[in-house]
Design a protein around this ligand. Structure first.
Ligand code: PLP
Length: 372
C-alpha cells in the first residue's frame, strides 16, 4: 500500500506542514534530523549526561523542580501508568468528562477498580469551578481527581488551575491528561500543585509518536511507594530512581529521545511563554477565520482551546466527505469529529510546529471545500 502525500507548492509550506490534524503533528526539522544520529550504548557515560540534560529541559517546560519521566508508549500509557501507581481499587475519584478522552480516562479508572464519579457536560462545554466544587462535595472522601486539561475531541480547555486548587484544598491527588495541552498552553506543574501530568510527544512536542512524558510530584511518588497494585514496566518508583541518575529504566528509545531533545531545544530557544502565546494567537486566528467564512466553531468560547478547534461541518455535508474534499483539493489533512460529533464536526489542529501562513492555507482550503 502506498500512502499518497501531496505537498503545498509554497516552499515554506512544502516542508510537510500540511498535517493539520490534532496529532500526530508536523515533526520539527531539527527533530527529524536528530533521529538520524548514530546510536550509542543505552547505559553508561555517554547516555547519562544526555538524559540528565533532557530531563532538565522537560522540567523547565513543565515548570517543575520535581521530576519528569519518559516511557516508550503513546499518550494512553499516561492514563494507565498514573492510575496503576496512584489509585487503589475502591478509591473514589472525580473525573471531568467533556468529550471522548475524558470518558476514556474515566474508563481506565474503572478498569483498575476505582469508584469513578463522572462530572459530565454536553460536548463543547467545559467544567466550571462551581460545577467541580459541587461534584467534589457530593463525592465526599475523594482520593484523586482526573482532569482532562484540553479535550482534543471538542476543542475545549478546562480551567485546570482553578479545578486543581479545589481538589488540592480537599487533599485529593491531581492527575492531569495534558496530552494536547503540554508544550502548547500554560501548565504550571509546581505552582498549581499537580501530581501527575502526562502527554504524548506526537502532539505539541513536534516529534513522531512513541513517547509518553509525565511530570510527577514528590507526593505522588510517596503514594506510589505505598500502593500495592502489581506492576513492573510502569512502576513509578523504579523509573524515578533510574531517571535520578540519568537512566531510562529499560532500553531507552534513543532515536526518539534525540528527537525530543532537539524539539525541546527549539521550544526553549523560542521561550516557553512565547510558545504558549503563539498557540493562543493561532487559536484565536483559526476561530476568527472560520467565523469569517460563515462556519460555526463548536463549543463555548469561554473554554476555547489554543491547540485544536472543532467546527460544525458546513452545508450538511458529512464530516468524512468534507475532510476528504479538503484533502483532495489542497493536500491538507484535517480531522473529523469523534463520538456523537463524528459525522457532524471537523477539527483543525494548530499545535506544535505551526505558524499563521499554514493556518491561512488551511482556512482557504476549508472555505473552498464548503463551496460545493
Ligand atoms: N488524551 C487526549 C486528550 C488525547 O488527545 C489523546 C489522543 O489524541 C489521548 C489521550 C490518547 O493518546 P494516544 O492516542 O497517544 O494514546
Amino acid at each position: 500500500m502506498t500512502i499518497p502525500v501531496r505537498t503545498l507548492s509554497d516552499t515554506r509550506l512544502s516542508q510537510g506542514r500540511w498535517l493539520r490534524i490534532p496529532g500526530p503533528t508536523v515533526v520539527h526539522p531539527d527533530s527529524v534530523r536528530a533521529q538520524t544520529c548514530d546510536l550509542f550504548p543505552h547505559r553508561g557515560k555517554q547516555i547519562t549526561p544526555f538524559m540528565l540534560g533532557l530531563y532538565e529541559k522537560l522540567r523547565t517546560i513543565h515548570r517543575t523542580n520535581q521530576r519528569v519521566l519518559v516511557w516508550p508508549g503513546s499518550g494512553s500509557a499516561g492514563w494507565e501508568a498514573g492510575i496503576l501507581n496512584l489509585i487503589s481499587p475502591g478509591d473514589t475519584v472525580v473525573t471531568t468528562v467533556v468529550g471522548a478522552f475524558g470518558e476514556r480516562f474515566a474508563q481506565v479508572g474503572e478498569i483498575f477498580g476505582a469508584d469513578v464519579r463522572r462530572l459530565k457536560v454536553e460536548w463543547g462545554q467545559g467544567i466550571t469551578p462551581e460545577m467541580f466544587e459541587r461534584a467534589l462535595d457530593e463525592a465526599g472522601d475523594v482520593k484523586a481527581v482526573f482532569i482532562t486539561h484540553n479535550e482534543t475531541s471538542t476543542g475545549v480547555t478546562n480551567p485546570l488551575r482553578d479545578l486543581a486548587a479545589l481538589a488540592r484544598a480537599r487533599g485529593a491527588l491531581v492527575l492531569v491528561d495534558a496530552v494536547s495541552s503540554a508544550a502548547a498552553m500554560p501548565l504550571e506543574f509546581d505552582e498549581w500543585d499537580l501530581d501527575w501530568a502526562f502527554s504524548g510527544v506526537q502532539k505539541s512536542w513536534m516529534c513522531p509518536p512513541g513517547l509518553m512524558v509525565a511530570a510527577v510530584s514528590d507526593r505522588a511518588l510517596e503514594v506510589a511507594k505505598a500502593n500495592p497494585n502489581p506492576r513492573f514496566y510502569f512502576d513509578l518508583v523504579t523509573m524515578a530512581n533510574a531517571a535520578a541518575t540519568g537512566g531510562t529504566g529499560t532500553t531507552g528509545a534513543l532515536s526518539l529521545f534525540y528527537a525530543l531533545d532537539a524539539a525541546t531545544d527549539a521550544m526553549l530557544a523560542e521561550g516557553i511563554e512565547e510558545v504558549w502565546a503563539r498557540h493562543d494567537r493561532l487559536g484565536a486566528h483559526v476561530r476568527e477565520g472560520l467565523a469569517g467564512i460563515g462556519i460555526q466553531v463548536l463549543g463555548d468560547p469561554a473554554f476555547a482551546s489554543s491547540s485544536v478547534t472543532a467546527f460544525l461541518t458546513p452545508n450538511g455535508q458529512s464530516a468524512e466527505a468534507f475532510q476528504d474534499r479538503v484533502s483532495d483539493e489542497s493536500g491538507i489533512a484535517i480531522a473529523t469529529g469523534q463520538g456523537p460529533l463524528a459525522q457532524s464536526a471537523n477539527r483543525i489542529g494548530h499545535m506544535g510546529w505551526v505558524e499563521q501562513p499554514e493556518l491561512d492555507a488551511t482556512l482557504e482550503a476549508v472555505g473552498r471545500a464548503m463551496r460545493v
